[in-house]
Design a binder for this molecule. Structure first.
Ligand SMILES: Cc1cc2nc3c(=O)[nH]c(=O)nc-3n(C[C@H](O)[C@H](O)[C@H](O)COP(=O)(O)O)c2cc1C
Length: 324
């Protein structure tokens, strides 16, 4: 299938694996790219430019196909070494960068000079238009359903995607709630040129996370995620667990007076314990409502091949419908 996104990134299928903290290691990105999608290494999980350079080199050992690096721009007290991370991306010959979080305007000049394509992840039409205005090549439009940070507008993809299509000139992919061939065809119908998936890719054979994480996604229904940190305007969709219930209770008890310090035990430094040690109640971890559509743990190649076959079959069925 050829779309503006497959053409832009030089990939076979219009399917992207979004950056995921403590999931987007070289093994994950290479497996998705080898299956014809676009795999993405999560820059901030590596933390330092040296480690990121090493991860990029490891990914290159595992795939000859294009892959990307996610640079998430967070409001932190001790910001990561963004110039150093950028240099690692550029020197590593990476062809695509997924930016997310704050406005990436300061990262763009060096990326553009190096001929790197930039796809910015946005949760609203106004942020998508801003990304277009500052020179991003594409956007990933992340609906309210998504795992991770859905923003504060709460607009689901059935509205957000056609709204983005009506306003944007640059290509965009759908993100949030995407799992299968139905998701892909629906995204294309609403004007997207492909789809980005997070949670679905965690439940794959190659995802380098503890088996407990994969099983938790399989066991979860679409009712099992919660929104946390809304009072801090840093809303995150996470899978419910004991730590999340504790966090939500603190939000109820403290109201608007809550600060990040109050919830540090539930959110700070919990990812390695969950993703690597499988300690599922250690803290809040991002997970999409799409968990309700995930029932197996295929290899990435099997997953992407299946999605594309389903999509082709749906397109044929719809085509036949219009002729009937
Ligand atoms: C465990 C997990 C960690 C994530 N970490 C990041 C991250 O570090 N940076 C980022 O831009 N997005 C992150 N995301 C968001 C994904 O890239 C993607 O936008 C989102 O998962 C799409 O929604 P879906 O889970 O419904 O497919 C994360 C998502 C998950 C599930």
């Amino acid at each position: 299938m050829k779309t503006a996104i497959t053409e832009m990134f030089g990939i076979q299928h219009p399917i992207i694996q979004g950056g995921m903290h403590y999931v987007g290691f070289a093994e994950m990105a290479a497996a998705v790219s080898n299956a014809g999608g676009l795999g993405i290494i999560t820059g901030l999980t590596q933390g330092t430019p040296e480690k990121l350079a090493n991860e990029i080199a490891r990914c290159k050992d595992m795939t000859d196909k294009p892959f990307g690096v996610n640079l998430t721009i967070l409001p932190t007290l001790t910001p990561p070494d963004y110039p150093g991370l950028l240099k690692a991306v550029i020197d590593g010959g990476v062809k695509v960068v997924e930016t997310a979080g704050r406005n990436p305007v300061e990262l763009l000049p060096p990326l553009k000079d190096a001929g790197i394509k930039v796809i910015h992840k946005c949760t609203s039409v106004r942020h998508s238009l801003k990304a277009q205005e500052i020179g991003c090549d594409a956007v990933s439009v992340d609906g309210f359903e998504c795992g991770g940070h859905p923003g504060e507008d709460d607009v689901p993809n059935f509205i957000l995607l056609p709204r983005a299509a009506d306003e944007l000139e640059i290509p965009f992919v759908s993100s949030g709630g995407m799992a299968d061939g139905r998701s892909l065809v629906a995204s294309l119908a609403m004007g997207a040129a492909g789809m980005n998936m997070g949670t679905r890719f965690i439940a794959t054979k190659e995802a380098p996370v503890h088996e407990n994480v994969k099983q938790a996604i399989i066991a979860a229904s679409e009712l099992d995620t919660r929104l946390v940190m809304r009072p801090l305007r840093n809303t995150e969709r996470v899978l419910n667990n004991a730590a999340v219930e504790r966090l939500i209770q603190k939000e109820k008890d403290l109201g608007d007076a809550i600060t990040i310090q109050d919830i540090l035990p539930e959110v700070a430094g919990v990812y390695p314990k969950i993703m690597q040690e499988g300690a599922m109640d250690e803290g809040a971890w991002s997970c999409g409502m799409v968990a309700g559509l995930i029932h197996d743990i295929p290899a990435c190649e099997e997953l992407i091949t299946r999605i594309m076959a389903e999509a082709e079959a749906i397109i044929a069925r719809l085509g036949a419908l219009s002729k009937a």
